[in-house]
Design a protein around this ligand. Structure first.
Ligand SMILES: [Fe+2]
Length: 287
């Protein structure tokens, strides 16, 4: 997969004031937009995310670095392809990364077009994913309360969360159920469709987190609607097929990558230069 790059025509151009029509054309056509050579800062990245999104989403496992933006902290191992927050009931439409400081080696971000993947996937790999999948996972009290504090419109911090807020949140999503455990952890079940329709291009895409990491969370169990657990072999076949269709972004200082998170899956090669790398994330809903 060749990576298409949108270059600044002059280094004083900044991404906070960039023409969004060009950005949107690239996201609709390619599924992503990689901006290189622009003048950038965390604040300008945050401004860009806010201009593109009607509402922003946070991942509570990460620390908040600027309005709408969080620092990426996911260990140093390679990370498999996934959509961001793919195992939550509200998956952000748009995902952005800002590379304030690039690593001198390794840690390329990987991207894979789920729309092309779906078109090319042979029936034997695709058939388990022609049905809904039930994700089961347990979150610590801190994790589920932080998530709820971000998503529930009436509360703003984890210490305000009460059981009634959990009930209200679950009532908003038919495909989501949860049980509160004796140690205050929460075991939830979420039914997902592994194929999504992009809010940008309306293309159908294989876009989910089945190949993804669980760095900050307990690994989930994936069960097919038929009741069987998705096998290691089924996951491995998918991984090999997707890897052969995956592109790599070798970051430059100040790059910004915007992804259609309902179409493009992303991951990361192993980090070999953790000391220098500074990558920030922002995401949200466009409708
Ligand atoms: Fe991610």
């Amino acid at each position: 997969m060749n990576i298409s790059i949108t270059h600044a025509t002059d280094s004083s151009e900044n991404t906070g004031t960039i023409d969004l029509n060009n950005v949107m054309d690239s996201i609709i056509g390619n599924g992503y937009c990689l901006l290189r050579g622009y003048s950038n800062s965390l604040e300008q990245f945050s401004t860009l995310i806010n201009r593109l999104c009607k509402s922003v989403t946070y991942d509570p496992a990460r620390s908040i670095s600027a309005e709408s933006v969080q620092k990426v902290d996911a260990g140093v191992e390679a990370i498999g392809l996934h959509i961001e927050n793919g195992n939550t009931p509200r998956v952000p439409h748009l995902l952005g990364f800002y590379c304030r400081k690039a690593a001198s080696s390794g840690s390329q971000t990987t991207i894979c077009d789920g729309s092309a993947l779906l078109d090319q996937m042979p029936a034997e790999i695709r058939s388990p994913f022609d049905q809904h999948i039930v994700v089961t996972r347990t979150l610590s009290e801190e994790q589920w309360k932080s998530y709820l504090a971000q998503e529930h419109p009436e509360i703003h911090s984890a210490d305000q969360v009460k059981e009634i807020h959990l009930k209200q949140m679950l009532a908003m999503h038919d495909d989501h159920s949860a049980t509160l455990n004796a140690d205050s952890s929460l075991t939830y079940k979420l039914t997902i469709d592994p194929v999504r329709r992009s809010p940008f291009s309306a293309n159908r895409a294989f876009a989910n987190a089945v190949l993804g990491p669980s760095f900050n969370y307990q690994p989930p169990e994936y069960r097919l609607a038929s009741g069987e657990i998705l096998s290691k072999e089924q996951i491995e076949n998918l991984r090999e097929f997707a890897e052969a269709r995956t592109g790599e972004i070798a970051w430059h200082d100040s790059d910004i990558l915007l992804l259609d998170n309902w179409r493009m899956m992303h991951g990361r090669r192993a980090i070999t230069d953790a000391a220098n790398r500074e990558l920030f994330i922002g995401m949200g809903m466009v409708q």
